[in-house]
Design a protein around this ligand. Structure first.
Ligand SMILES: Nc1ncnc2c1ncn2[C@@H]1O[C@H](COP(=O)(O)OP(=O)(O)OP(=O)(O)O)[C@@H](O)[C@H]1O
Ligand SMILES: [Mg+2]
Length: 396
């Protein structure tokens, strides 16, 4: 099978031969522009899994920078090329879950994707990753697999049966988590299995935040050994960058190579803006596109938000319209709701009245500069300067 990661002119991609085994959250795959550097890098990394020389990666970047899209596109390319690296995508989500529920969900999702890879029937992959999925339990999956003919069926069935037995035992919750996170490596290291796996784990921070591992407060520790695997390395993302980076350093030292996802390249962003504008029926010049890139700070998710039409939001052709659309977005659109969510996360994490007051003060005086001593005076804070510096560092 030839290489399917093929750039075209204007930062577009040649999609000939790419099967969309999982739906990309962008909607129409033609909307995906650029990210050539990041995709090339990850594509080579994935190819090197065949040679067992790729280490786990933490792909970290701020909200809406395009992490999940890059993972989804890489997934579809690896699936379509079918060269012996099985893509597995799992998104940790908000919403609490017991260790035992996690074991079932993770195991079933993994093996459904393996079955989809072997049978070339993408309905398995789609079912396994859709966000509001109704997953079968392990027993039901075994029944679904029984009539199929597929490579490594004996191994798949054996592993599923053994995890079904574990899920039925009464164990401390953390043990289910340890069992779950070892599932992909367990399969890839089976003697009769020649394929490798790439584990794309999106929103890794939610593992610690939402999986109940009983007395173990940091279930991510269960990855200490699986993250070292060369036959099923991890590619994790996190949008709460600071949180993930700190937790990896503390609980999973030396296990991940950190790769930070940069802002999009200016020329890729301008092309992407023109492409979105065309899709949404705005007629804009390259100059206006560049203005949009400038005010959104090259963050692709913000460009898409700005150009997505809504009732009462101006149609865009001039830079004045862009300002109007931005005002609409900040006032009542996606940009507003995303920031509200982000701030409420941050404020929940920052449990100090002073810090909340400082945040509010700095927002109200945006654009003005204060030295800590000036801030202390302006806000009449009863804090020594050392402590104030510490709090500001935390906020930063
Ligand atoms: N390369 C791209 N081409 C076109 N649109 C893009 C691109 N990258 C991102 N976008 C737009 O930005 C949106 C956000 O992208 P994505 O969900 O991948 O970001 P993320 O970094 O995973 O965000 P989060 O931190 O919220 O999980 C996409 O739905 C899409 O509209
Ligand atoms: Mg994402």
């Amino acid at each position: 099978m030839e290489k399917l990661l093929r750039p075209k002119e204007d930062h577009r991609w040649d999609l000939e031969g790419v099967e969309f085994a999982i739906d990309e959250r962008i909607g129409d795959p033609e909307l995906f522009i650029g990210r050539a550097g990041e995709l090339e890098f990850l594509y080579k990394w994935a190819a090197n899994i065949r040679r067992k020389i790729s280490r786990s990666i933490a792909f970290l970047g701020r909200r809406k920078i395009g992490k999940s899209l890059v993972l989804e596109r890489l997934y579809n390319i690896l699936y379509s090329e079918h060269k012996g690296v099985i893509p597995f995508y799992y998104e940790f989500t908000e919403g609490d879950r017991s260790g035992r529920e996690f074991l079932t969900d993770f195991t079933v999702s993994f093996y459904m994707q393996v079955v989809g890879y072997y049978t070339r029937d993408i309905t398995w992959n789609r079912r396994a990753v859709q966000p509001d999925r109704q997953m079968p339990d392990i027993g039901a999956l075994l029944e679904e697999i029984a009539p199929l003919s597929l490579p490594n069926k004996g191994e798949i069935t054996h592993h599923l049966e053994s995890n079904l037995r574990v899920s039925e035992l009464e164990k401390p919750p953390y043990e289910y988590v340890i069992r779950a996170v070892g599932v992909p490596r367990g399969f890839a290291t089976s003697v009769s299995v020649e394929d490798q796996v790439v584990q794309m784990l999106d929103e890794f921070q939610y593992l610690n935040m939402h999986i109940d591992a009983g007395v173990e407060e940091k279930p991510c520790k269960a990855y200490m050994s699986p993250a070292e695997s060369r036959v099923a390395p991890l590619l994790i993302t996190g949008s709460l960058m600071g949180v993930v980076s700190r937790e990896l350093m503390r609980w999973l030292p030396q296990r991940f190579t950190e790769v930070s996802v940069p802002k999009m390249d200016a020329s890729e962003s301008a092309e992407m803006t023109l492409n979105y504008a065309g899709f949404f029926g705005h007629s804009i010049s390259r100059e206006t596109a560049e203005y949009i890139v400038h005010i959104t700070n090259n963050v692709p998710g913000r460009i898409a938000d700005l150009l997505t039409p809504n009732i009462g939001k101006p149609e865009i052709s001039t830079s004045g319209d862009v300002d109007g659309a931005l005002a609409w977005e900040v006032g009542k659109g996606r940009i507003r709701s995303d920031w509200e969510e982000y701030l409420s996360h941050a404020m929940n994490g920052v449990n100090s009245v002073n810090l909340r007051k400082i945040t509010y003060f700095l927002c109200r005086h945006e654009g003005e500069w204060y030295y800590p001593s000036q801030l202390k005076e302006a806000m009449s804070l009863d804090l020594d300067e050392e402590k104030l510096r510490g709090e500001l560092k935390l906020l930063h």
